[in-house]
Design a protein around this ligand. Structure first.
Ligand code: SF4
Ligand code: SF4
Length: 287
């Protein structure tokens, strides 16, 4: 059994319920696996948010709940002395709150910045995946069913942006979700095997709007838009508002955007995928 959490960025609406539940679970309480989290300054699950777009015609936000990835070959474990960090048989990575005293190098070693240094107690601290609850036979979760035990953040999420389960079981909900979605680990942990699976973190989009010739004063619905970038081809159609958008483009590529519609002259633009761009408002001309 390998326990993990899938973090689906598409579904997160930055409500901070997970953040609050984590605080509720860990602030002010020692557990068998962790010393109490200070009220301020530590975010064992944190919501990374950023604005997207370079033109008011297309603005979006991205939100990514970010927590320790429970790496299977973790740097924090390599940096630790005297067995202060260990990996459980279920794959959860734990920092021992006693053995880790004075070992600031454990916090410094994490490439994701997921470990916090507790100045007062002189210990590194991070997400335990609520293993103390998962281990507790008396903890039933608010659903009242021991088989539905899950970390508090997962339990609190109203939008199913966090899914918990056994990654070794190909039929588990988490395994099916991971298999069906874009696996997009944050750059510092790219290429590693982790038990927290980051899914659908946005890369870059290009967008625009297509209009019929000016004398028609109407948007163009159903124009074909093709973007070639980084050796790949992406296509879409303009929607009811004449808008188009292609998401998940490869970063830092030269892109060619082509807009076509039967009976109209095709239009081509050059663009870069260095960042999200609204490419153009395009008025098609009759062929
Ligand atoms: S994300 Fe950081 S703290 Fe978590 S297991 Fe990996 S190296 Fe350790
Ligand atoms: S509870 Fe769910 S939707 Fe709300 S911030 Fe956390 S992950 Fe996002």
């Amino acid at each position: 059994m390998r326990l993990g959490i899938a973090v689906d960025s598409r579904m997160c609406m930055a409500c901070y319920c997970c953040f609050t539940a984590c605080k509720d679970e860990h602030c002010g309480y020692d557990t068998p696996l962790s010393a109490k989290q200070p009220m301020m300054g530590q975010y064992w699950i944190n919501i990374r948010e950023w604005e997207r777009g370079d033109d008011s015609r297309r603005i979006k936000t991205a939100t990514v709940p970010t927590l320790c990835a429970h790496c299977q070959e973790p740097e924090c474990l390599e940096a630790a002395e005297s067995g202060a960090v260990y990996k459980r048989p279920d794959g959860i990575v734990i920092i021992d709150p006693v053995k880790s005293k004075g070992q600031k190098q454990i916090a410094d070693a994490c490439p994701l910045g997921a470990v916090f240094w507790n100045e007062e107690l002189e210990i590194p601290q991070k997400c335990t995946m609520c293993a103390e609850l998962l281990d507790d036979p008396d903890y039933l979760s608010y659903l009242g069913d021991p088989s539905l035990k899950r970390p508090r953040c997962v339990e609190a999420c109203p939008n199913r942006a966090l899914i918990f389960g056994d990654l070794d079981d190909p039929n588990s909900e988490i395994s099916r979700l991971v298999a069906s979605q874009r696996f997009t680990p944050p750059e510092p942990i790219a290429g590693r095997e982790t038990n927290v699976k980051y899914l659908n973190i946005p890369t870059v989009f290009l967008a625009g709007t297509v209009y019929r010739p000016p004398d028609e004063e109407e948007v163009f619905i159903g124009a074909k838009v093709t973007v070639e970038a980084g050796g790949e081809t992406f296509t879409t159609e303009t929607n009811y508002f004449g808008d188009w958008e292609i998401e998940w483009l490869p970063k830092n590529a030269d892109a060619t955007v082509t807009i076509e519609a039967p009976g109209y002259k095709p239009v081509t633009y050059k663009a870069k995928t260095d960042a999200d761009h609204y490419v153009a408002m395009t008025y098609l001309e009759r062929a």
